[in-house]
Design a protein around this ligand. Sequence first.
Ligand code: ADP
Length: 250
Amino acid sequence: DTRHGVILYLEDITVSFDGFKALNKLNLDIGVGELRCIIGPNGAGKTTMMDVITGKTPPTSGTAFFGQNVDLTKLSETEIAHAGIGRKFQRPTVFENHSVFENLELAMKTDKRVGPTLFAKLTGQQADAIGSTLELIRLTHEAWRPAGLLSHGQKQWLEIGMLLMQEPMLLLLDEPVAGMTDAETERTGELLNELKGRHSLMVVEHDMDFVTSIAGNGKVTVLHEGSVLAEGSMAQVQADQRVIEVYLGR
Ligand code: ADP
């Protein structure tokens, strides 16, 4: 079985907008517990790929599986989120007037039946889950501050924490360090490495130094014109003549 040990499997995914192929027979798979960085110039199809994975844009053709048997092309956006795929957009969207702790609490209880609520009493297990997420996202000491008072980087971590409260198996992160200070960027790299293994991660990022720092010996995928141009370690793709041309050749 080609999908064994694979959390995300995309085969020949094409997305056409009025005949223009934003994705053109894209093939990509991500292993369970892998941290995969996706790079590629503007217009390469990175956003469209995430839109397909999360059910926002149905592919024109192709196969998309989550795990062994969840056919993503047959599910709605909400069903995909519930199946265990979390997506973080570039801009943080936290509840500014609520404390950091309450933001995590709301994220945990966000449920399509009940909706967000702060009125139910937390179980010990739920409080522990919030406590360990606070530690992971480096916000334990800020737990009772209104989220609106956090720095940009802290808001980004909080939003990652909010996604984690939903216990996703696969996390899609769009430019997680955009706008961060160097210190925040470094801590984000540590955070993502701590998530690796427990979750599978797809990180779309323009900051090549950051990609180098988090990719380690792991695979990096280069998208170009809607399909995979190169895949391998950061050193391999950076030495690839086609990749050099795409980034520098015009
Ligand atoms: P990236 O995220 O890598 O910058 P995108 O996925 O946003 O790339 O876009 C890939 C290509 O598809 C671009 O040329 C873009 O203009 C085009 N595109 C994206 N969404 C649409 C749409 N809804 N309608 C028409 N063209 C689109």
